[in-house]
Ligand binder design. Structure first.
Ligand code: 5GP
Length: 185
């Protein structure tokens, strides 16, 4: 299948992302001030760059684990199930946990992931999303901390892909299809 030609417009620069992560890390450090060792869980694959930068700003003991899920269900359901592709290596019962997501869109993925992780009885569990698209929400979900609220655009970069490409861009950009652009003129 041939790919529709597109270009990428910078939406959030690498410098802006780095500054925001520094601030968020300070807030998180305070929130977990009595935590001996924090379990930071990244949702694969889109959060891998974000989690790497975030944990390096967190001045505390951390463990890193990963979960890979996909949410599915039909449009009539208010919440979907998650299919686990890769489960956590560690046990989170009684632990202090931070879940790291790339984007909250409809809210289904994080709603299901939190239901799953809470059923494993962590002592404390909070969430951080780099990006949030509130206008797209179908189920109520708000991350404890959000990097940036963005409009309804398809974004790539900083770990986030389009058909497995563009994850290595250092910034967040929006995908603009050339045929959409030419339709405007
Ligand atoms: P939700 O369950 O909240 O609708 O979906 C969250 C997931 O949808 C994200 O983790 C991400 O994988 C995907 N997603 C949502 N918006 C975008 C986007 O703009 N670009 C990309 N590449 N994935 C997105």
């Amino acid at each position: 299948m041939t790919q529709r030609p597109y270009h990428i417009d910078v939406m959030i620069s690498a410098k802006t992302i780095a500054a925001r992560i520094e601030d968020l890390a300070l807030t998180i450090r305070k929130e977990y001030c009595d935590t001996e060792k924090l379990v930071v869980i990244g949702l694969l694959r889109g959060s891998f760059v974000f989690i790497a930068d975030l944990v390096r700003e967190l001045d505390m003991n951390v463990e890193v684990d990963f979960l890979e899920v996909s949410s599915y269900g039909d449009a009539m359901e208010s919440s979907r199930n998650v299919k686990i592709f890769k489960d956590l290596r560690g046990d989170i019962e009684g632990r202090d946990v931070l879940v790291v997501e790339d984007i909250v869109d409809t809210g289904h993925t994080m709603t299901s992931v939190m239901e799953l992780l809470r059923s494993r009885h962590p002592r404390k569990i909070e969430t951080i999303a780099l990006l949030d698209k509130p206008v797209r929400r179908e189920v109520e979900f708000k991350a404890t901390w959000t990097g940036f609220e963005i409009p309804d655009a398809f974004v790539v970069g900083y770990g986030i892909d389009f058909a497995q490409a563009n994850r290595n861009l250092p910034f967040i950009g929006s995908v603009v299809f050339e045929d959409d652009e030419s339709a405007k003129v």
